[in-house]
Ligand binder design. Structure first.
Ligand code: F1P
Length: 326
């Protein structure tokens, strides 16, 4: 079995590890996240910074995210303000930009990483979630990092944390769609793929786009759901798969599905209810903030099977390395 697939299937186990890491962290540190937090990372870690910033805002704080290189070299263009903390995310903890960015704002630095690493040692605080991955692409570590930090946000802001066992078991249910996802990819040789998501699911769409490029070397795009109608949809035809990531769909999602179908594209809806799509994967009900944890394994499997269908080795993506250094 490819390491990539093995690691995607470790998502439920990752959630349990994440809970343990969170519990250890709060036992050792007398620490509360401040209200204003800036998040940064590179690649997948940047797409993880985004929903964490959104969740911070949704929970009553103010979260902002930017890629490490932007914080380092172009920060005057962004409304960064005066955050109480900078959270740098890096699976390896060795990415040059992430290590450098930790000091970019002259505020306390927090590392979210899988290893005791250069980043964790440099940071004032480190939440180490030991979801080690052999694969170049980030899979179950993404969902684990996200879950552990959401727990920390909830506890810092005086909210009730989630039951890790329940969340872990829900991710297991979602992974049950593995065979169906493989069938979709086998049955429809799509030429391009468009991922759509709104709010907290927009960064999931971005991460899905990246997974397709990394694992399957495949052309993919991502948009905020209804924004796609404004020009971008022209590229969707009978060779296109549109993946609609949604929690609770409403009539606009149904209309959008119809619109793409009338252009000849096929739609895969991943959400609580079908929108009249060609394919449908049900995602169980859970606090919206945690929905990335349930949607991500689906799109990771989609990218994995597309890579297999194209005769590629998702463990060894072309031109990529696990750690990007200068
Ligand atoms: C960041 C990253 C990965 C990507 C690729 C190169 O790594 O951009 O997201 O998949 O392998 O590195 P890290 O800073 O999270 O270790």
């Amino acid at each position: 079995m490819h390491a990539t697939l093995r690691e995607i299937l470790k998502t439920p186990e990752g959630i349990i590890r994440a809970q343990k890491a969170f519990e250890e962290f709060v036992t050792v540190h007398d620490f509360r996240l401040p209200r204003e937090v800036v998040y940064t990372g590179c690649g997948s870690s940047h797409f993880l910074a985004k929903p964490l910033a959104m969740a911070t805002t949704r929970l009553g704080g103010r979260g902002f995210s930017a890629p490490c290189s932007e914080l380092l070299y172009s920060r005057e263009w962004y409304p960064i303000g005066k955050p109480g903390l900078l959270v740098a995310i890096s699976r390896s903890g060795e990415t040059t930009e992430a290590v450098k960015a930790l000091n970019a704002l002259n505020v306390p630095g927090f590392a979210l990483t899988a290893y005791e690493s250069t980043l964790s040692k440099k940071a004032d605080y480190a939440l180490v979630v030991p979801t080690h991955e052999e694969s170049v692409v980030m899979t179950h570590s993404f969902t684990a990092f996200y879950f552990s930090f959401i727990q920390l946000l909830l506890s810092s802001y005086g909210r009730e944390t989630h039951d890790a066992k329940t969340v872990s078991s829900l991710t297991k249910d979602v992974l049950g769609s593995k065979g169906y996802i493989r069938e979709i990819v086998k049955g429809f040789d799509f030429r391009n793929v468009i991922f759509l998501g709104s709010g907290i699911l927009y960064p999931v769409a971005l991460e899905a786009m990246l997974k397709m490029k990394e694992m399957a070397l495949f052309w993919s795009e991502a948009y905020q759901t209804f924004e796609v109608r404004h020009g971008f949809k022209s590229i969707a035809d009978n060779g296109t798969l549109v993946v609609l990531l949604v929690n609770e769909p409403f009539d606009w999602h149904e209309k959008l599905t119809k619109e793409f179908k009338s252009q000849g594209a096929r739609v895969l809806t991943v959400g609580r209810r079908d929108t009249g799509a060609d394919y449908f994967i049900e995602v169980p009900a859970l606090d919206e903030i945690l929905s990335p944890v349930l949607h991500l394994p689906v799109i990771q499997l989609l990218a994995y099977y597309k890579a297999i269908e194209r005769g590629l080795d998702p463990d060894r993506p072309r031109f990529l390395s696990k750690v990007v250094k200068w």
